[in-house]
Design a protein around this ligand. Structure first.
Ligand code: SME
Length: 149
């Protein structure tokens, strides 16, 4: 996976844009198409306290609303920390939007003030598809785009 190329593409496509939905749509598209491991890629936005609502995504349908108390996405929002789930069937509170999903990575998304604005969710039909390189590279991409002053 060429994260250097992906980061450069996203950087050039989003340069000068500040609209969060436009940025999320562009990142969801670019990341989804960057690697065959990624079968669902999208954002859940913090739209009210303790609530995530579906944002721009690529792949099959995603559920529309996830409270902070539920699922891998909720665990990420609560902890404000990356959630790497190698086998979703071993994660008791996993919310199955697709029966083919085997592993999942969810990252927190912050704005320039440090507020949590969304979580970024990537699902794979492969077991144990994600590693530290994915966490690091995608965290850097999200920070560059959304934490711009
Ligand atoms: N699996 C997620 C829900 C979102 S869908 O996978 C798109 C979760 O448990 O939070």
């Amino acid at each position: 996976m060429d994260y250097r190329a992906l980061a450069a593409t996203i950087e050039s496509l989003t340069d000068g844009e500040t609209d969060q939905i436009a940025l999320m749509a562009t990142i969801a598209c670019e990341v989804y198409h960057a690697d065959p491991r990624f079968d669902w890629v999208g954002f859940y936005r913090v739209t009210e306290p303790e609530l995530l609502k579906i944002g721009p995504y690529q792949g099959g349908h995603g559920c529309l609303v996830i409270p902070f108390s539920r699922g891998v996405c909720g665990a990420c929002a609560r902890s404000r920390a990356p959630q790497l789930v190698a086998d979703v069937h071993a994660f008791p509170d996993h919310i199955a939007c697709s029966s083919t999903t085997q592993s999942e990575l969810v990252l927190p998304v912050f704005d320039a003030s440090g507020a949590l604005i969304a979580v970024f969710d990537i699902d794979s039909d492969q077991i144990d598809a994600f590693g530290d390189e994915d966490v690091g590279a995608l965290t850097t991409i999200l920070a560059r785009v959304f934490e711009k002053a």
